[in-house]
Design a protein around this ligand. Structure first.
Ligand code: CA
Ligand code: CA
Ligand code: CA
Ligand code: CA
Length: 457
């Protein structure tokens, strides 16, 4: 069960996922005016809209990219049988313990997961609020199902919809947070057993903490001062004492900050210098120890900073690695199957760049590949069930989600394109329909919506 893997260790992140947005610029007068526990309850239709001329865009129906019901895909304006791109045998595709090894015809929706099959349903849209910039999937309300939350930049709020485990999400509840939240994460920051959320309030230079309760509601936990123009957040439990901690990118300060959750509620931020205008963050094992290292994209420097971690929330000096211009997002994981952590960046200038780790705490030269139109977010997840990490990329320039499958050696090939709403800018991965396969949520900043894509077997 995963949630917003804004970075690679989705499983880790699933635990961390929690974010709360709230608060005001000042330090921590948690209950000041802005709605301590203010819960404006808004109900919006939770529809899944489908487009297309056939009521069901299946084989033979006219379509636009991404509209066809899997396994059909939109080829030349018509829903057609899926091509077999990327289904070949990957050198190290581990587990074909299932009867068919994925070289036969793909049979989506037969209930049988096969290595190499990529089965994605049509995207549906869910209204979340004005300018959602961050999204998480996490279980907030104590039932077994993943719930959906966004931070809405222009609404200064977090919006939450409870999931039913069948791919549907219920009525929307909103919670006030600080000005212009740009990212949201989930985690249990006070070790009470309930997931909280935290937002990065770009306009207020704070993070807002919403404390979760057992029923999935939140109360204001306070606003904590961070650096200027905070952009993105990741959460993890440094030290493993059962309380999640935070890492934040402070764009104007050219720093990343670590906020340990001890002493409670948060210790003063400790900063580490990185490159110009840091934005994207990911935690992943890059050096060959068992500790999480920190990856940062520097949008003003066309570099990635790698900071080696000691596992306790302390990091070494940032080492820069060149990538393309305006890198917005980064994900970490072993993409070429050599057991060493790698990273992929998405650059608004149009490239993705692969950085292969050498296990010694650095990367080889970046390899640009697979251009996209203003890629703004990406995740690494095994979507075609063949044991290697595939890429999900959101591109705001052409309003698409693209899935690029991995050949097992770290080479990615575009397998499918799905249409989103305007301005897709953040991704979360999690199994929200509970079939054991990862599904996709994408926040569309320009469209006030989230695009949901369910995978199937
Ligand atoms: Ca909590
Ligand atoms: Ca590797
Ligand atoms: Ca894969
Ligand atoms: Ca699923």
């Amino acid at each position: 069960m995963v949630a917003r893997c804004g970075s690679f260790p989705c499983i880790v992140l699933a635990l961390l996922l929690a974010a709360g947005c709230r608060g005001e610029a000042s330090s921590d007068d948690a209950a000041s005016s802005t709605g301590s526990g203010s819960t404006s309850m808004t109900t919006t239709t939770a529809t899944g809209s489908e487009s297309g001329t056939c009521p069901q865009p299946v084989l033979g129906c006219p379509c636009e990219a991404g509209e066809c019901v899997a396994p059909a895909v939109c080829i030349a304006g018509s829903c057609s049988a899926m091509s077999t791109t990327g289904v070949g045998e990957s050198s190290s595709s581990g587990d074909a313990s299932d009867s068919s090894s994925g070289t036969g015809p793909i049979a989506c929706n037969d209930g049988q997961p096969h290595a190499g099959e990529l089965c994605l349903g049509s995207p549906t849209l869910l209204v979340m609020g004005v300018a959602p910039t961050g999204v998480v999937l996490a279980n907030f309300d104590g039932d077994p199902s993943l719930d959906l939350a966004t931070c809405n930049r222009d609404g200064n709020e977090v919006a939450l919809r409870p999931g039913d485990g069948g791919g549907n999400f219920g009525a929307r509840t909103t919670y006030a947070v600080g000005a212009n939240p740009n990212d949201v994460v989930a985690g249990d920051f006070d070790a009470d057993g309930h997931l909280d959320v935290v937002t990065a309030d770009t306009g207020a230079a704070t993070v807002s903490w919403l404390r979760g309760a057992s029923n999935g509601s939140f109360t204001a936990g306070g606003a904590i001062a961070v650096g200027m123009a905070p952009q993105q957040l990741v959460a993890t439990d440094f030290g493993g004492e059962g309380r999640d901690d935070l890492v934040i990118s402070n764009a104007t300060d050219d720093t990343v900050g670590v906020l340990l959750s001890e002493p409670a509620p948060f210790a003063a931020m400790v900063t580490f210098g990185v490159g110009v205008a840091p934005r994207g963050l990911a935690l992943a094992q890059i050096s060959d120890d068992s500790e999480l290292d920190l990856l940062v994209t520097n949008t003003g420097a066309a570099t990635v900073s790698l900071l080696l971690g000691n596992g306790a929330g302390q990091f070494g000096a940032a080492a820069p690695f060149p990538v393309g211009a305006d890198p917005r997002a980064i994900a970490g994981g072993d993409v070429n199957g050599d057991g060493l952590g790698d990273a992929i960046t998405a650059e608004a200038s149009g490239n993705l760049t692969r950085l292969l780790g050498n296990g010694l705490g650095s990367f080889g030269a970046g390899l640009p590949f697979a251009t996209a139109s203003t890629p703004s977010a990406l995740e690494l997840v095994d979507l075609d069930l063949d044991g290697d990490l595939d890429l999900v990329v959101a591109s705001s320039g052409d309003m698409t989600l693209r899935v690029l499958t991995n050949d097992g050696a770290g080479e990615f090939m575009e397998a499918i394109q799905l249409t989103t709403d305007a301005g897709p800018g953040a991704l979360a991965i999690g199994d929200f329909n509970e079939d054991g396969l990862p599904d996709i949520a994408c926040a569309n900043t320009g469209g006030s919506t989230v695009t949901l894509v369910e995978s199937s077997a």
